[in-house]
Design a protein around this ligand. Structure first.
Ligand SMILES: [Zn+2]
Length: 216
């Protein structure tokens, strides 16, 4: 019985691996629901599969940057230079070679949502399906064949931009990481349960997950 159960769980896990790439078609939006598991990528999964996801060992990389992006902070986002630097250095300490962070005081590129090759941080606008239970939302575009990211947008609500861990979490999505609902993990889908746990998120793990996405 135990073996059968284990086997069943394993086959479900495999199914998840097969299903996820289909669900995560570009552009993919990841947001911060107040309650667990109402994220868009989980809506179509059966409860049994969701249970398996809950207990997965590591965060999952959905897509990746082949060339490290620069980060444009549009001034209307309200993100302070101190918060932006802290959030970038959070990922730098994990080994990510991020280095190009700059403020944009309202150029036309902020109005059009940024450009390819960058992570653009902006104030949420009426075109963004953020709902009223979200603090921020990250939208990424990736090539469906090789899963490489081409651009990312982080939208934040006015007045919430400088909340602790918010930008760190959204940068995680912008780098390609999905949610990981371990208590106090930075990629927890529920803001109040996030913390500074970075298990599974090092640059080395990013690179090895990249190999998986490349099919190596
Ligand atoms: Zn999130």
């Amino acid at each position: 019985m135990g073996f059968i159960r284990l086997f069943w769980l394993r086959s479900r896990l495999l199914l998840l691996v097969l299903v996820l790439p289909l669900i995560l078609s570009a552009p993919h939006s990841a947001a911060e629901p107040q309650s667990l598991w109402d994220d868009a990528d989980l809506q179509n999964l059966e409860p049994e599969i969701i249970d398996v996801i809950k207990f997965r060992r590591k965060p999952i990389l959905n897509s990746y940057w082949e060339t490290i992006p620069s980060i444009r902070i549009c001034i209307d986002s309200g993100v302070s230079s101190a918060r932006a630097s802290q959030a970038m250095s959070f990922w730098q300490k994990l080994g990510y070679p991020l280095e190009n962070l700059f403020f944009d005081d309202g150029s036309v590129l902020c109005n059009v949502g940024g450009v390819r090759g960058e992570i653009t941080v902006m104030l949420v606008n009426s075109d963004v399906p953020i709902g009223n239970s979200h603090l921020a939302i990250t939208r990424t575009w990736h090539n469906n064949i090789n899963n490489t990211l081409t651009r990312a947008q982080i939208y934040v609500f006015g007045g919430l931009a400088n909340k602790p861990r918010l930008l760190e979490h959204e940068l995680g999505h912008a780098l390609g990481w999905g949610h990981y609902n371990r208590y106090l993990h930075v990629m927890n889908s529920e803001y109040r349960l996030t913390g500074m746990d970075t298990n599974g998120l090092t640059w080395g793990e990013y690179i090895s997950d990249t190999e998986r996405l490349k099919g190596l």
